[in-house]
Write a new protein. Structure first.
Length: 336
């Protein structure tokens, strides 16, 4: 239902226009996130995930970035039509972002307490003293002693820095949290702790989240819905159960085949052959066709539309092969 949507993106197209080339970063993405739900945006580096996230905040750097077309609705209001004043109010207040690298997301010459308080002071009209007290409460919320509010980022470990970034993002209780590969820079143990913390805080604060990642394990742990992105297009989307247990796109199959299988330790991994296409020179038709083991002549001639999987109203796939009722992925045929 429309009133249940926190975020709705329609046909978003974003290019980076330089003297050397026109980079087609996002090529018609459609996304919906419901209240209290988490959507995982999955794909290889260069698929357009971060550009999509920056577009939600209307922060695509211009130049060279240009939002060529599309609509982005935050609770029914088009972000791309907001005034500069409205955007300033929205960023950090209604929508907050956890950036990929906590080392570069924090200001090295400000204490962590002041960095959290800065957002609170701006959006909640508190004086500096009260904002700092709330910043200390936010540190406690993410498992850091409030006494450390007077310390600087270099005095914290990587995992602790990420917790500080989460505290900044959650300080104003946003409706939508964008997490751009929030655990990539962390070791496995700390990664699990941060994910558990994020899940807990999202449930407690009844927020929605867009989680950008290339880690399918993280998606399985955190997300309600999944959208698989390739070369700036969504090639498959659905509930986590749809995508993990009933995958329909060859690229999704390739992602899962690239993962190690703990039950078959002697088995060789099956990487996806070839490389992501150059976004400044995308092939005609389906961008995945040059790497796809099921590609036909039609795949190189026309771009497949995102269509509902037979018998489902939550699962969608963009692949010409599924117009053949007898088609089945190797993974599904083998029962893996």
């Amino acid at each position: 239902m429309a009133e249940d949507l926190v975020l709705k993106i329609k046909d978003l197209v974003v290019h980076y226009e330089t003297e050397d080339a026109d980079v087609h970063a996002v090529n018609g993405i459609d996304i919906e996130i419901r209240k209290k739900h988490t959507l995982g945006l999955v794909g290889e580096t260069g698929a357009g995930k971060t550009t999509t996230a920056m577009s939600i905040l209307n922060l695509v750097p211009n130049p060279p970035g240009v939002i060529k077309s599309g609509e982005i609705y935050l609770e029914g209001e088009d972000v791309l039509q907001m005034s500069a004043e409205k955007l300033e109010h929205m960023r950090g207040n209604d929508v907050a972002m956890i950036f990929q690298d906590p080392m570069t997301a924090l200001n090295p010459v400000m204490t962590v307490g002041d960095q959290i308080a800065e957002s609170i002071e701006l959006h909640q009209n508190l004086n500096k003293k009260d904002a700092l007290e709330k910043a200390k409460d936010m540190l406690k919320l993410v498992g850091i002693a409030e006494s450390r509010a007077a310390e600087y980022p270099h005095q914290f470990s990587g995992g602790m820095k990420q917790r500080v970034v989460i505290a900044i993002a959650l300080a104003c209780n946003p409706k939508l949290l964008i997490a751009d590969e929030p655990t990539t820079a962390l070791d496995v143990t700390i990664q699990a702790q941060v994910l558990e913390l994020m899940k807990q805080l999202i449930q407690e604060r009844e927020m929605s989240m867009l989680l950008i990642t290339h880690d399918l394990g993280v998606v399985a742990e955190v997300c309600d819905d999944v959208a698989v992105v390739y070369a700036g297009r969504i090639v498959e989307k659905g509930t986590a159960d749809d995508v993990f247990n009933y995958m329909h796109h060859p690229y999704t199959e390739g992602l899962f085949d690239s993962l190690p299988n703990l039950k078959e330790r002697g088995e060789m991994l099956e990487p996806i052959q070839g490389l992501m296409p150059d976004p400044s020179d995308l092939p005609p038709g389906c961008s995945f066709a040059p790497r796809c083991p099921y590609a036909t002549e039609r795949c190189s001639q026309s771009v497949p539309e995102l269509k509902a999987v037979r018998g489902s109203d939550t699962h969608f796939v963009a692949c010409h092969a599924y117009e053949n009722p007898d088609f089945s992925l190797r993974r599904n045929r083998d029962g893996k």
